[in-house]
Design a protein around this ligand. Structure first.
Ligand SMILES: *[C@@H]1O[C@H](CO)[C@@H](O)[C@H](O)[C@H]1NC(C)=O
Ligand SMILES: *[C@@H]1O[C@H](CO)[C@@H](O)[C@H](O)[C@H]1NC(C)=O
Ligand SMILES: *[C@@H]1O[C@H](CO)[C@@H](O)[C@H](O)[C@H]1NC(C)=O
Ligand SMILES: *[C@@H]1O[C@H](CO)[C@@H](O)[C@H](O)[C@H]1NC(C)=O
Ligand SMILES: *[C@@H]1O[C@H](CO)[C@@H](O)[C@H](O)[C@H]1NC(C)=O
Ligand SMILES: *[C@@H]1O[C@H](CO)[C@@H](O)[C@H](O)[C@H]1NC(C)=O
Ligand SMILES: *[C@@H]1O[C@H](CO)[C@@H](O)[C@H](O)[C@H]1NC(C)=O
Ligand SMILES: *[C@@H]1O[C@H](CO)[C@@H](O)[C@H](O)[C@H]1NC(C)=O
Length: 810
């Protein structure tokens, strides 16, 4: 609308002046009688112009249309016509201007302007110049003003969909062209936008700015551009962007080998351009060579493996992302089942003569192996009938002591719930003598820090077998340091010894028949002790009893003394308590607070200095009135069953039994202790607990009366280390003595058996003697009875019942 007044009056006046000065031929004017025409962009318009012949007599004339151009308002001819001469079109008007064809000689000056442009707007003059007339007689032109109108059209619009996160700020930009200049209106979901603290319209309405987007700002935003000629609109959808979320995760599947498996992985997201990646056990499936030809990822994200193979079992993980937020993932397991199969058949296997040996059956099975059948020389082997052959859990055959009869041709056939894929090929099993050590390392090497040690070892094969390889290793599995260890044949030298080199070393000689091992110990003298280990403890309300295993003492004859460091967990300063007597490996810390967690560490020192701290353990003292708890170790609670026989509840309890000792005596091992110092009167009975592994067991059958402080045990196994405790039980509670370690000498096994046999024979002899005696006594008594006529019943008593109790105890 504004455009209608676009030619301000003063410019019009200037133009007029110029016209009067420069173009005296043309006209008047204040253009008062000018014709105003409005045209639409792209359309056409006709300027009507009459030719008024002088005295109404047609005479030749030139028709010239001019347009005022530029700031100076110069008249530029845009169309000139003269009779049959070719017409002239001004620059930019080529092909767009023509005379309106008319039959009337009077109307032939009208101009048809087509394909109107915005630049066509302005002043036009129709001039008719009659020839053969004096210039003075020429006629005033006719003036036209052309307004070019254009409906709005967008030059800039926002994206159709705008993904935002809450709190974001966005600017929607909407610009339109058109004549008159269109106005821009903004709507949200069909309602005009009301500017607010976070929503504003700027830059002549072209920019809608939203800061700190909230939920209620989400929606459709429409900008409308309109002017008198029309309106256009554009809608932008503002939505909250969402990272991809898996809507259908894969699920665990079990398939038979050869079947097809499909794992789904559907996700939704905004924007929805989700990419799905699949991984098997962490590796992109595309990079798993074994899957290459069998795997496809479908368009919907699903993974298809067709057909599945035995080795495809495992975890499959899909990861989805649309680039927003962290990728999401989900995984499932594929379990591929197949009948048990033999994977490898060695044609020859060796068994070491007189040692234990294994004939291997290499098997793969899922579900797991159920059993394996073996044939030897084409006959079914019944290992259950021969006690020196065992089928192990993995199907291989274990010969506990190999002899020549074990040689032969074997096959194995594995089975699982799916059946079997058949037997192995025949395996020739040969019995050969194992390699032997020709030089063995000494049992013990004792060196000082910085010295070197040379340990010798050589082995030789037996006839018809390969030369054994001889290598060294540490029994604890730690690696040997290559730069300090030199090996020449089976001999090794370790230079510049350190205290860490302390340990047990093994010379390993191995060939196809057997692997033999010789142990030796390397002791490094003159170092600080190693850290105590395996620290454990038990708590009462006010006490914690700690126990530990000594680390290496630092030298063969070194003594270690211990110091306990403890504190309330995480809080206070450490308190240090030396352990007495020196060298003891357990101690009770008194005067602790009930229901409090303490940290304990054990430090060791020898004559050279302080060693390293043990690992710290934390122990909580019991709450007052609480039940006694299961003791804790650094590795966690010991087996719950330790004190399963302990009475319930706390109640008053005796002090701990003291001075528990185990001594070997001629007929077994005597466990002795002393009663508690405190509250000894509460003891109702004792219980003896023992263990050889983590599991505590009760030693005695029946209760041990409180007045007894010793117990004889016979059946300890030689070569094992036993731990003992004595519990002093009150009616409702108990207290435990310190733990005592007792390694039973290896020779004991034989002795125990012999002792048993000798004991048996002795018992037998004693029994015979007794019965003989008894017969004699009876006879005597009979005689006496006969003599005195009086019965004597006490004569049947003998020590036998006591002996038999011992016997039962075995
Ligand atoms: C003007 O010219 C255009 C294109 O040649 C034609 O279509 C139109 O009819 C003309 N108008 C008049 C009034 O002659
Ligand atoms: C032009 O026309 C006006 C009125 O229409 C008249 O007054 C004027 O004299 C004319 N000028 C010429 C040069 O004919
Ligand atoms: C899928 O299998 C894995 C491993 O076997 C297991 O940990 C998981 O619980 C199973 N998931 C379902 C839903 O059964
Ligand atoms: C998905 O589209 C968004 C926005 O168009 C882009 O930022 C993102 O990178 C795309 N994501 C993927 C995975 O192509
Ligand atoms: C079977 O188990 C035994 C004992 O663990 C082992 O020595 C042997 O190598 C195993 N055999 C196979 C084929 O795995
Ligand atoms: C290894 O040491 C032994 C004993 O000293 C020696 O007889 C043997 O020759 C040594 N072997 C090698 C390969 O040096
Ligand atoms: C512990 O018992 C042994 C043997 O019975 C005895 O020699 C020793 O003196 C006792 N120790 C204490 C501290 O009572
Ligand atoms: C630590 O103690 C537990 C039980 O007290 C025992 O089973 C384990 O063998 C010990 N560890 C070592 C290294 O001695």
């Amino acid at each position: 609308m504004g455009w209608r007044a676009v030619q301000p009056p003063h410019i019009a006046a200037g133009l007029l002046l110029l016209l009067l000065v420069n173009l005296p031929v043309t006209c008047h004017q204040d253009h008062q009688d000018a014709v105003h025409i409005t045209a639409i962009l792209g359309e056409s318009v006709v300027f009507n112009c009459q030719v008024d012949f002088p005295e109404d007599i047609p005479v030749p004339y030139v028709l010239q249309w001019e347009k005022k151009v530029g700031e100076t308002g110069q008249d530029i001819p845009i169309y000139i016509w003269y009779e049959s001469y070719p017409t002239h079109s001004g620059e930019g008007y080529e092909g767009r201007v023509s005379r309106v064809a008319t039959d009337s000689p009077y109307g032939a000056a009208s101009l048809n302007l087509t394909n109107i442009r915005e630049s066509d707007q302005g002043w036009y003059e129709c001039k008719v110049v009659f020839l053969n007339r004096s210039p003075n007689q020429h006629k005033n032109g006719t003036w036209f003003h052309l307004d070019v109108h254009a409906p709005p059209r967008f030059s800039i619009t926002p994206e159709d969909i705008i993904y935002v996160n809450l709190g974001d700020a966005i600017i929607l930009n909407c610009q339109a062209e058109g004549t008159p200049t269109p106005e821009i209106l903004w709507y949200k979901d069909a309602n005009p936008i009301e500017p607010s603290g976070t929503v504003g319209i700027f830059n002549d309405g072209t920019e809608l700015r939203i800061s700190n987007i909230r939920h209620e700002d989400i929606g459709d935003y429409t900008c409308i551009a309109r002017n008198g000629e029309g309106q256009v609109s554009h809608t932008a959808r503002v939505i909250i962007a969402g990272g991809a979320v898996i809507t259908m995760p894969p699920t665990n599947q079990t398939k038979l080998e050869g079947e097809k498996v499909q794992f789904s992985c559907e996700a939704k997201a905004l924007p929805g351009n989700v990419t799905v990646k699949w991984f098997r056990e962490g590796a992109p499936v595309a990079e798993v060579a074994a899957l290459e030809t069998r795997v496809t990822i479908r368009r919907d994200g699903a993974l298809v493996i067709n057909p599945v193979a035995a080795d495809d079992s495992g975890q499959y993980l899909c990861e989805v992302s649309n680039g927003i937020g962290d990728p999401q993932s989900a995984s499932a397991y594929l379990n591929v089942e197949y009948p048990a199969k033999v994977t490898f058949t060695p044609t020859v296997q060796y068994l070491p003569f007189r040692l234990a040996g294994v004939v291997q059956c290499y098997i793969k099975a899922n579900p797991p192996l159920q059993y394996v059948t073996w044939t030897k020389d084409k006959r079914l082997l019944e290992p259950y009938q021969t006690k020196d052959i065992v089928i192990m859990n993995n199907g291989s055959l274990l010969f506990t002591r190999v002899n020549q009869n074990h040689q032969g041709r074997y096959t194995c056939t594995p089975y699982n719930a799916q059946g079997t894929q058949g037997s192995s090929g025949p395996m020739e099993v040969l019995v050969r003598k194992p390699p032997v050590f020709t030089v063995e390392p000494e049992p013990l090497y004792q060196r000082k820090v910085g010295e070197s040690v040379e340990m010798h070892c050589e082995a030789q094969e037996s006839e018809g077998t390969q030369r054994p390889s001889v290598t060294w290793r540490r029994r604890d599995g730690l690696p040997l340091q290559k730069n300090r260890v030199r090996a020449v044949g089976g001999n090794i030298t370790i230079d510049t010894l350190r205290r860490q080199d302390f340990g047990i070393y093994q010379c390993v000689a191995s060939n196809e028949v057997a692997t033999i091992v010789a142990d030796t110990q390397l002791v490094i003298e003159g170092t600080q002790p190693h850290a105590p280990y395996n620290v454990s403890g038990t708590a009462t309300e006010f006490q914690v009893t700690l126990r530990w295993q000594p680390g290496y003492a630092g030298g063969p004859d070194y003594k270690q003394d211990y110091t306990i460091w403890y504190r309330e967990a995480g809080f206070s300063e450490w308190t240090k308590v030396p352990v007495t007597p020196p060298g003891a490996t357990s101690v009770t810390i008194n005067r602790l607070q009930p229901g409090t967690t303490y940290e304990f560490q054990v430090n060791s020192k020898n004559t050279i200095g302080e060693g390293m701290m043990s690992k710290a353990i934390t122990i909580r003292t019991l709450d007052v009135g609480a039940k006694p708890k299961v003791p804790t170790t650094a590795a966690g609670p010991i087996d719950e069953k330790i004190f399963q026989n302990a009475p319930e509840g706390s109640g008053p309890k005796p002090g701990p039994p003291r001075n528990l000792t185990v001594t070997e005596v001629h007929n077994g091992f005597l466990i002795t202790w002393q009663g508690p110092l405190e509250r000894a009167q509460l003891v109702q009975y004792y219980t003896i607990k023992y263990r050889t592994d983590a599991q505590w067991k009760t030693l005695n059958r029946g209760q041990i009366r409180p007045e007894e402080t010793s117990y004889l045990v016979k059946n300890l196994v030689g070569g094992r280390t036993y731990y003992f405790r004595v519990l002093a039980n009150s009616a409702t509670s108990y207290e435990s003595s310190d733990e005592v370690r007792f390694p039973v000498p290896a020779r004991v096994k034989h002795k125990a058996i012999t002792a048993g046999v000798v004991g048996g024979i002795l018992f037998f002899i004693v029994a015979i003697i007794l019965s003989v005696c008894a017969v004699k006594i009876c006879n005597k008594r009979k005689r006496r009875k006969q003599e005195k006529g009086e019965a004597n019943t006490r004569g049947g008593r003998s020590p036998v019942p006591d002996i038999s109790i011992h016997g039962l105890f075995l």
